[in-house]
Design a protein around this ligand. Structure first.
Ligand code: HEC
Length: 109
């Protein structure tokens, strides 16, 4: 009887915390995931998407979210030509494009 109660309580707790983790879109894990993804752009676009003065690679920080989404989708579908980005953008999912665009749009220029 006691065992049964404890087991049920543990199950409720486990299911409850699982549901909580799933339903929180701005969890620490999601923020870390977004930053890690954005860090892969830093080699060329500069730390936090700010490229060096006079660099040929454009800055991403502070560009409008919709502009960044449109550019990445254009590279992905081939409507905007480029050297590196068409190849790179083909490897990004729609969700990753949205995450990256939101991340860089929220940064100061
Ligand atoms: C290996 C270098 C390199 C990496 C890594 C890279 N980019 Fe680029 N990016 C470029 C270059 C070069 C351009 C100019 C277009 C071209 O030649 O492909 C560009 C252009 C862009 C543009 C268009 C900006 C504008 O103002 O027109 C966006 C948006 C962009 N990159 C986003 C990203 C994102 C997001 C990542 C990370 C997932 C990333 N790039 C990673 C080199 C890079």
């Amino acid at each position: 009887m006691q065992f049964k109660f404890r087991f049920t309580a543990a199950l409720v707790l486990a299911l409850g915390s699982h549901a909580f983790a799933q339903s929180s879109p701005t969890s620490a894990a999601n923020i870390l995931h977004q930053r890690t993804l954005a860090a892969t752009c830093a080699n060329c676009h500069g730390t936090d998407g700010r490229s060096a003065e006079g660099a040929s690679v454009p800055s991403l920080a502070g560009q409008p979210q919709a502009t960044l989404v449109a550019q990445l989708k254009a590279f992905k579908d081939g409507s905007r030509p480029g050297t590196i980005m068409p190849q790179l953008a083909r490897g990004l999912s729609e969700a990753q494009i949205d995450q990256l665009a939101s991340y860089f749009a929220a940064l100061k220029r």
